[in-house]
Design a protein. Structure first.
Length: 260
């Protein structure tokens, strides 16, 4: 696939930002005769950046057989949130990023051609897109994500630096519980008919496993979430490399032979 290291000034963030974009090769694009590409917005985790997926998985190899574009933005440690003391990363990911990408690249502007996925914090961001912008995405997938976020973070509040960071993002624990950062509120109000297809997976050895179990117990049946437990898998790239390949298959995109 073609790899593009794309930089632009974000109006939402007020800074220059970077996005990795994977596109099919020229010959494949020519075969498509101007058709817009199905697009996967692939989100990174808390300690990573937009380069993580390309550095640590075979996402380019997996995506090429589907002729799907992959957009990987940088969002720092934002939890994909319009921060109380910081930048508007939710506005950026929800609104500005698709608009910019669809202006400069031949990407689908239709719900049926847009998908989102991510790992850990990025899985939280993908599920947030699915629950709070359900009219924009056909399917979203959360890999090893803190879906029950307030419970997932409680154990980390003893670290004063991390506690201050979370307060900068959400304002307070009460702000997290009552605001759009609490995905349980969005899941409670979203009707099954309006929801995109939803997917979650987590390893049983992951420290976020219980948070996934709780979220699925509460909303899995209501929202028809496809849920995969991976025995003994931890919060690690070897698992996510396998999981993203499974997600691409789950998206039910058209596949192609002779993609090399």
């Amino acid at each position: 696939m073609i790899w593009t290291d794309f930089h632009f000034f974000s109006q939402s963030l007020g800074i220059q930002t970077a996005v990795y974009v994977l596109l099919p090769e020229h010959a494949q694009m020519m075969e498509m005769q101007g058709a817009k590409l199905p697009t996967l917005y692939l989100l990174h985790g808390l300690s990573d950046d937009h380069t993580g997926w390309l550095r640590n998985t075979r996402i380019a190899d997996y995506a090429r057989k589907y002729r799907v574009a992959v957009v990987m933005p940088a969002v720092n440690r934002s939890f994909y949130t319009d921060m109380v003391h910081g930048a508007k990363y939710w506005t950026f990911v929800r609104d500005e990023l698709p608009s910019v990408m669809e202006t400069y690249f031949p990407l689908s502007r239709e719900r049926a051609g847009r998908f989102a996925a991510g790992l850990s914090m990025g899985g939280y961001g993908a599920m947030k897109l699915g629950l709070l912008a359900p009219d924009r995405y056909a399917a979203v997938a959360a890999l090893s994500a803190p879906l029950w976020l307030h419970a997932s973070l409680d154990g980390h509040m003893e670290d004063p630096d991390f506690a201050r960071e979370l307060n900068d993002i959400f304002g307070s624990r009460e702000g997290l519980l009552t605001g759009e950062g609490n995905l349980t509120l969005a899941a409670e109000t979203l009707s099954p008919e309006a929801a995109p297809r939803l997917y979650a997976c987590c390893g049983t050895a992951d420290f976020l496993y219980e948070a996934n179990e709780a979220f699925i117990a509460a909303f899995g049946q209501k929202l028809n979430i496809t849920y995969v437990r991976e025995p003994e898998a931890a919060h690690a790239w070897d698992y996510w490399d396998k999981a993203i390949r499974d997600v691409l298959a789950w998206l039910k995109l058209e596949s192609f032979d002779n993609v090399w």
